[in-house]
Every structure is written in structure tokens, then in C-alpha cells.
Design a binder for this molecule. Structure first.
Ligand code: COA
Length: 351
């Protein structure tokens, strides 16, 4: 039977490193000031989140989310030994799209130089769960024979939509820019443990207003009702987060989906090489590991270096540790994610 194989993996982060010590001194143009712009400290950020640094696109680079996606895609294609022309479907997860519409996948398609070929382009707007949602779609498309070479990308440019004042510090310190990509294709195999073995995707829309970025309200005329320069009014430009509620639900969703993934596949932690959780907060991942009794030596995190890159965290973390020589081709990975929506899910696959 046809099963889904991971043909290639790649990731990209911009060169600019923003350490915790620096972030408090950045203004909204990302330029370091002499005086502190927000009240936060390296000690607070590390203790509450585990983050030490994150990456931002360079100031005035003109880069968009699709440019980060492009770099990660090129690396994944190289890893798969394929050309952009081989791709017949793009699935892109992001919460920081280039524009409100059209979707970002079409910009990526054009930047890959394959627009004239007309391949299908999908945008997944499931935030931190975007990669697992996208993988479930890709797996279904490949198993049914709908597409043969799918480029699945998670890409985020967060740094342009954060509030660099004390008002926005709880969210601002968490997020970074980056992208991760996979190329997926069919293989003939009767081994149910090969390739993409399992995916699950869930949502609870009653949590939608616990983590959101409004920007506009389409129910109103005019649909933008603030002056972006007026600090009192411009809150809708920035993400809102009920941190404690998100934290609790993230632990619950990730533990539940991790345990279900093992139950449904009949696997135990002995069968899994690596647990790669979504990278939202190291304390969330520590709690998930404790409750789900995950062997600590099997857990891979990268939030220390990149912060939360939302839809990109899973492929970025795997690729980071592959580059360090830890993760190898043929390793079996269990990944669970949680994000705004609320959305969550899990997957088990062989790299
Ligand atoms: N620096 C210093 N102090 C900060 C701060 C920062 N960057 N951000 C918040 N604080 C302050 C708060 O204002 C509060 O001050 P107060 O006690 O005077 O009111 C204090 O720290 C404690 O805030 P609290 O929100 O209770 O902290 P917390 O332990 O819940 O940690 C988060 C805050 C954001 C780190 C945590 O809630 C979290 O990680 N939530 C999940 C976030 C997440 O995963 N989002 C993405 C989901 S995919």
C-alpha cells in the first residue's frame, strides 16, 4: 500500500541574534536604545520560559514570511535531491502571512520559480499546530494518490508584529523568526510503522480569544478603528495572550495527544527515538514530559536558541538537532503541538 515518506528536511533562521539582554533595549524599529524600552530581564525570561535568544530578520531587510519559507524549502529540496519543478503541491502554515490575502503559499510558489506550473497551494492558519495539521493533510493527499511531491512549510516572521514596550513584554519575549520545511512523497510499503505512521489534529474554538492577534475587525466600518501611532489605541496591532490559560491548556492538549498517539499505534517510549514538542515555553515541555512520563534523554528542545517560531518549531527543532549530529535518518519521532485556536495534535513518523 502507499504510505507517506519524508524525502527531505530543511530549516532557516535569519542571522540576527537577539539575546535576552538586548531585547529590553529595542525600540519598535528594533534599534537598540541607550535606555531600557521595556521592563524585563534575562533572568526573568530564562526562569519563566527557558529562552536565551531568538532570531529576527535584519532591520529594513524587506524580507517577508515567504522569503524565510523559501530558504527552508530550498534546503529541504536539496536534502530530498529534488528540484522545485518536482513539487505538485505546497502546504504552508503561518500566523504571520505576507498579506491578509492571498495566502502566503502562492508567494512561495512564485519565489521558487514554479508559478507557471500551476501546482496546488494551501495555507494552513492553525498557528503553532500548523505543521501537524499540514502533515495530516499531506499524508492524506499522498495516500490517496492526489499529489506525489508535497512541500510542507512552517514559516513565521513574528518580530514585526510584537509590542516592544512593557505592555507587550509577556508575548514579545517569547517569539522569534524562522522557517522549517519537509518534502513528502509516496512509497510502497506494507509496514504500518514506516514513514508517517500517525497524525491527529484537534481544536476547541472556545479558547479562540485566549491567544489572538486582531489587527482589524471585519464586523465594523471602518474595519480598522485605531491610529497605529497612538499607543493607547493601537493594542489590536499586537498579539493578546492569556498566558496562564494557554499554559494549562497547552500541557493538557500535548499530554493527551502524546498519550493517545502511543495508545493508537501500540508503541511505547522504547519504540520512539525522539520526542519533539512544540516550542512555546520550556516549562510547558518540562511539565508535559513529567505528566506523560517521557524519558528525559529522548526530548529535543530548541526554544533556548530560537524562541517560539510557531508553525516552524517542529521541523526547525528536528533539523537543528540533525545538524548537531543527534537526530539521524531512520529515527522515529513523536511530536505533539498546541496553539492558538485552541488547536493541538500529534504525529509519529520515521525521518
Ligand atoms: N519580564 C518581566 N516580567 C514579566 C514579563 C517579562 N517579559 N512578562 C510578564 N511579566 C510579569 C507580569 O506582569 C506579572 O507581574 P505582576 O505579578 O506584577 O502582575 C508577573 O511577571 C507574573 O506574570 P505571569 O503572567 O503570572 O507569569 P507566568 O509565570 O504565567 O509566565 C508566561 C508568563 C507568558 C511566560 C507564561 O504564562 C506562558 O508561557 N504561557 C504560555 C505562553 C505560550 O505558550 N504561548 C504560545 C502558545 S502556543
Amino acid at each position: 500500500m502507499i504510505r507517506t515518506k519524508i524525502l527531505g528536511l530543511g530549516s532557516y533562521v535569519p542571522d540576527r541574534v537577539v539575546k535576552n539582554e538586548e531585547i529590553a533595549f529595542l525600540n519598535d524599529q528594533h534599534v537598540r536604545q541607550e535606555t531600557q524600552q521595556s521592563e524585563t530581564t534575562d533572568e526573568w525570561i530564562q526562569r519563566r520560559t527557558g529562552i536565551t535568544e531568538r532570531r529576527y530578520v535584519p532591520n529594513e531587510s524587506g524580507l517577508a514570511t515567504s522569503d524565510l519559507a523559501l530558504q527552508a524549502s530550498k534546503r529541504a529540496l536539496l536534502d530530498a535531491n529534488l528540484e522545485p519543478q518536482d513539487i505538485d503541491c505546497i502546504i504552508l502554515g503561518t500566523l504571520s502571512p505576507d498579506l491578509h490575502f492571498p495566502g502566503t503559499a502562492v508567494f512561495l510558489q512564485d519565489k521558487l520559480g514554479i508559478a507557471s506550473r500551476g501546482c496546488a497551494c494551501f495555507d494552513i492558519r492553525q498557528q503553532c499546530s500548523g505543521f501537524v495539521y499540514g502533515l495530516q493533510m499531506a499524508d492524506a493527499f499522498i495516500r490517496t494518490g492526489m499529489y506525489k511531491r508535497i512541500l510542507l512549510v512552517g514559516a513565521e516572521l513574528h518580530s514585526h508584529s510584537l509590542d516592544f514596550t512593557t505592555r507587550g513584554r509577556d508575548v514579545m519575549i517569547l517569539f522569534g523568526d524562522g522557517a522549517g520545511a519537509m518534502v513528502l512523497g509516496p512509497m510502497e510499503s506494507d509496514d504500518p510503522k514506516s514513514g508517517v505512521m500517525y497524525t491527529s489534529a484537534h481544536a476547541d474554538g472556545s479558547g479562540a480569544m485566549s491567544l489572538y492577534l486582531k489587527i482589524f475587525d471585519i464586523a465594523k466600518l471602518p474595519y480598522l478603528q485605531y491610529d497605529p501611532r497612538n499607543r493607547e489605541e493601537n493594542q489590536p496591532m499586537y498579539p493578546y495572550m492569556d498566558g496562564k490559560r494557554v499554559f494549562l491548556n497547552a500541557v493538557r492538549g500535548m499530554v493527551m495527544s502524546t498519550n493517545t498517539a502511543l495508545e493508537k499505534t501500540g508503541l511505547t517510549w522504547d519504540d520512539i527515538n525522539w520526542f519533539v514538542p512544540h516550542q512555546a515555553n520550556l516549562r510547558i515541555n518540562e511539565k508535559v514530559a513529567e505528566v506523560a512520563k517521557i524519558p528525559p534523554e529522548k526530548i529535543l528542545n530548541s526554544i533556548q536558541f530560537y524562541g517560539n517560531t510557531t508553525a516552524a518549531t517542529v521541523p526547525l527543532t528536528i533539523d537543528h538537532w540533525r545538524q548537531q549530529g543527534k537526530v539521524k535518518r531512520g529515527d522515529r519521532i513523536l511530536s505533539s503541538v498546541f496553539g492558538s485556536g485552541f488547536t493541538w495534535g500529534a504525529t509519529i513518523f520515521t525521518l
